[in-house]
Design a protein around this ligand. Structure first.
Ligand SMILES: [Zn+2]
Length: 181
C-alpha cells in the first residue's frame, strides 16, 4: 500500500472547490449548509483571503489564502497550512482541524512509532526480545500471574493494532525504536 493510505481516507478540502463555488471573492460570506458537503463542519465563512471554519466539536480554525499568478493570466488560490505555512491545494479534515498531507503523515508516523515503542518495551519487560514476530514471552520467574496476564493483554491489544496497520513491517529484531531521537 502507498505511504499515504491513512491520509487518503480522510475527507479532503480542496481550494478549487471553494473557488468554483465562488466563495473566494472580496465580501466575507457565510455558508451555513456546509456540512452537506464536508461532514463535521458546521460553518464556513470565506472571502478572497481567509476561510473561517467551525467544526461540530466546537473547534474553529482560520485558513489563510495565498494567490499566485498563472502562466496564462489570472491568479490561482492556495491554502496556507497553519502547521507548516506551506501553500497547498488540499487540506485534510481530521474532524476538528485541517492540515496538509505532509503534516498529517508526520503526525501519524509518530503515533505509530509511539505504539510500537510501547509494544516492544512490554516484550522486553517480560524478558522477551524486541521483535513483534517472535513468540510472545512466557511469564518470567517471580512475576505474579495476574501481573503477567495484565501486561500480556495490553501487549496483545497494541500488537493487534499495529499488525492491522498497512504500514506494519515484520523485522527480525528492532531496537531502532528504543533509541531516543
Ligand atoms: Zn502542513
Amino acid at each position: 500500500m502507498s505511504k499515504h493510505t491513512i491520509v487518503e481516507h480522510l475527507q479532503s478540502f480542496d481550494v478549487h472547490v471553494l473557488h468554483r463555488m465562488g466563495a473566494l471573492r472580496e465580501p466575507l460570506v457565510s455558508y451555513p449548509m456546509v456540512s452537506f458537503r464536508w461532514s463535521g463542519m458546521v460553518r464556513l465563512t470565506a472571502n478572497k483571503w481567509r476561510v473561517d471554519l467551525t467544526f461540530r466539536s466546537g473547534a474553529s480554525q482560520t485558513i489563510w489564502l495565498r494567490w499566485s499568478p498563472c502562466n496564462f493570466g489570472g491568479h490561482r488560490p492556495w491554502f496556507v497550512c497553519d502547521r507548516c505555512n506551506r501553500a497547498v491545494g488540499k487540506l485534510y479534515n481530521t474532524g476538528s482541524s485541517l492540515a496538509c498531507r505532509r503534516c498529517l503523515d508526520l503526525r501519524y508516523a509518530s503515533q505509530r512509532r509511539g505504539a510500537k515503542l510501547q509494544a516492544l518495551k512490554l516484550r522486553l519487560r517480560l524478558n522477551g526480545i524486541a521483535s513483534l514476530d517472535k513468540r510472545f514471552p512466557s511469564r518470567p520467574k517471580g512475576m505474579h500471574r495476574r501481573t503477567f496476564d495484565r501486561l500480556r493483554r495490553k501487549a496483545e491489544a497494541l500488537e493487534a493494532d499495529l499488525r492491522e496497520n498497512p504500514h506494519f513491517r515484520y523485522r527480525e529484531t528492532d531496537y531502532s525504536v528504543l533509541v531516543p531521537r
